[in-house]
Write a protein that binds this ligand. Structure first.
Ligand SMILES: Nc1nc2c(c(=O)[nH]1)N[C@H]1C(S)=C(S)[C@@H](COP(=O)(O)O)O[C@H]1N2
Ligand SMILES: [Mo]
Length: 246
């Protein structure tokens, strides 16, 4: 049932890739594992093909709190920002047939999606904004995951006060959801530095801490072992749940 529901989430266009993922027995095993129980329950509770609620222009919040680590401290980050991210690349690597490095202009030339959604932080605040970006499914189609790929890791350029890099992960089912986008615009302007420039993840069915900002690399992997603390994300390594469904 969970897999059928997930199948219905894919609103056309991605059938071949999804078929590959659908046949991937490892996805089934995640859903059956104890770690996957919460995730499975949430997916069964949401109607088939569910999208997160989208809002109208007039509901956009006048203030959206920047949260988390300060922007990357590396002077190269700041200098590149001043040059319109000319040197930045999105590196896509791991269990894929076509690894690649995309410039921001290349990312912007891919099909885009615009959505006005509510961001819910686990700390208890919410804000509505308009996001434009490339659906992650488009990137996945280009790089072509191998059957062993189960998760996508997002590596971020910022660090905490101890120098530990932020990172996050989602599974391929969530990666193919139509509202899962790599956003480069917020409220019709280039994504501001404090909100994760040049690109950040929007994952509208989950809480704010999953939505990695300052992304420089994504990797398709078969297991979360050996990455960071091994629990699939910066906050997960500190005890938060890996599946943060709303
Ligand atoms: N790279 C990175 N991404 C991050 C964080 C962070 O500290 N570093 N914080 C997360 C948390 S807890 C939230 S609520 C949102 C905040 O996004 P915002 O700054 O656009 O409000 O980013 C998430 N993504
Ligand atoms: Mo958050």
């Amino acid at each position: 049932m969970a897999l059928q529901g997930a199948g219905a989430l894919l609103l056309g266009g991605c059938k071949n890739v999804f078929d590959q993922i659908h046949q991937n027995k490892t996805i089934l095993s995640i859903l059956e594992s104890a770690e996957g129980l919460n995730q499975k329950a949430l997916r069964l509770l949401t109607p088939k093909g569910a999208l997160a609620k989208e809002f109208s222009e007039k509901e956009i919040s006048s203030y959206f709190k920047p949260n988390g680590n300060p922007p990357p401290l590396d002077p190269r980050y700041v200098q590149d920002g001043l040059r319109g991210w000319a040197s930045w690349r999105l590196e896509v690597t791991g269990h894929v047939n076509n690894p690649g490095k995309f410039s921001l202009n290349q990312v912007k030339k891919l099909p885009s999606r615009t959505q006005i959604t509510r961001h819910d932080c686990v700390e208890g605040w919410s804000a509505i904004a308009k996001w434009k970006g490339v659906p992650l499914s488009e990137i996945i189609k280009l790089v072509q995951p191998k059957p062993v790929a189960k998760y996508i890791i997002f590596y971020c350029m910022d660090v905490d006060s101890q120098g530990v890099h932020f990172y996050q992960s989602i599974d391929l089912l969530d990666a193919m959801h139509p509202q899962t986008i790599l956003a480069y615009e917020m409220n019709d302007k280039p994504l501001p530095v404090q909100h994760g420039a040049p690109i950040r993840l929007r994952l509208e069915m989950q809480l704010g801490y999953k939505m990695a900002k300052y992304i420089s690399k994504i990797e398709l992997v078969s297991s979360l072992d050996g990455i960071g603390g091994g629990r699939g994300g910066y906050w997960e390594d500190l005890g938060y749940s890996w599946y943060a469904g709303i």
